[in-house]
Design a protein around this ligand. Structure first.
Ligand code: 13P
Length: 341
């Protein structure tokens, strides 16, 4: 039976004190790509070493409320026998877990994706709770292109997100509901706005139909931005204004927190855009925060390069990004802090 008070308290804790999430839940395939970019081989031990360095960053809990882990990581131990989960808990960081099985080809629509992983999910949730997880993540992928997204793609993904969310709540995990409208392509910000609106409307409709209690959820959306190859790129102010407008139209005020993905934005863009929303559009009914993967880890990864001697530099890089994003949650990020920090 669901304990909504506990779920709601966890969801609020995830966004309290202007904190955000470290998305460190890259699948084995994705982390290999990240390691390839710095010329490091991806073995289980190296993946452990990298996540261990992130989680051992002193003071990270001031800016990060939680970290999203991958199945392999939530079971790993440091050489001294401490589990990676315990490292997070020692920094007052809540462990979370990616529970989706990845976005697979949508049957009958070969250029679209449907996220899998519902089979056996109640049992996996029960195990993750015993391993220390308090929240979960499921990412749905919506592609913009010729005739896309189809209503079929939006509907099936929204339905699966709601099924996942209900299963998590019944099992005691706060579900992060992540419908990501991809920024790949040439489409304008208008198209991103229209597609994101359609997507969020469908997602909240399904969450309602399936009895998901919104107080015990977190939304992880994309921002409303121009596609990466769109010739006309919207300004920070326009991104902030449009994103807040769409969220106000689509996301009920019972949701305690909205924690954006970075989705391919640079570290500085992701921080600047979040800051503009919090600095210029308040008061807002939900906390607007971050759940960044690439936009928190990019400079840390580059500083590390797979060498133990670079661990302090990598941790300093992560701490700096986390601190700046936390300032963006308060709307007090000053661009020049980039250079000064
Ligand atoms: P990015 O911030 O790199 O998009 O990753 C966030 C995430 O967890 C996507 O599912």
């Amino acid at each position: 039976m669901m304990n909504l008070d506990v779920l709601a308290a966890t969801a609020r804790e995830m966004v309290d004190n202007h904190r955000g999430l470290l998305a460190a839940d890259e699948s084995t395939g994705t982390i290999k790509k990240r390691f390839d970019s710095i010329g490091v081989e991806s073995t289980e031990t190296v993946r452990r070493d990298y996540r261990e360095l992130l989680f051992r960053t002193k003071g990270i809990g001031k800016f990060i409320s939680g970290a999203i882990l991958y199945d392999e990581t939530i079971r790993q131990k440091a050489d001294d026998g401490t589990t990676l989960v315990q490292l997070l808990q020692a920094e007052n960081v809540i462990p979370g877990i990616k529970v989706d099985g990845g976005a697979k080809t949508l049957p009958g629509s070969p250029n679209e994706k449907l996220t899998e992983g519902l089979d056996g999910l109640p049992e996996r949730v029960a195990e993750y709770v015993t391993l220390g997880a308090r929240f979960a993540k499921w990412r749905a992928v919506i592609t913009i292109g010729d005739g896309m997204p189809s209503d079929y793609c939006i509907h099936t993904n929204a339905h699966a997100l709601a099924r996942y969310a209900r299963i998590c709540q019944e099992g005691g995990l706060v579900p992060i509901v992540e419908p990501e409208v991809l920024m790949d392509g040439k489409h304008t910000i208008d198209v991103c706005e229209a597609v994101t609106t359609r997507t969020l409307e469908a997602v909240y409709h399904e969450l309602y139909l399936q009895g998901v209690q919104l107080e015990g959820t977190i939304l992880k959306p994309n921002m409303i931005i121009s596609a990466s190859d769109c010739p006309s790129q919207a300004s920070t102010d326009e991104i902030a204004a449009r994103t807040v407008k769409v969220l106000k139209r689509c996301v009920p005020t019972a949701v305690p927190g909205i924690m954006f993905l970075s989705g391919g934005q640079s570290e500085e863009e992701a921080t600047r855009n979040l800051n503009a929303m919090n600095a210029n559009h308040g008061p807002l009914p939900w906390a607007l925060s971050y759940s960044y993967g690439r936009a928190l880890q990019q400079s840390a990864l580059k500083a590390w390069k797979g060498e133990a001697g670079n661990v302090p530099a990598a941790q300093a890089a992560l701490l700096k990004r986390a601190q700046l994003n936390s300032a963006a949650c308060a709307g007090t990020y000053a661009g020049e802090a980039e250079k000064a920090a």
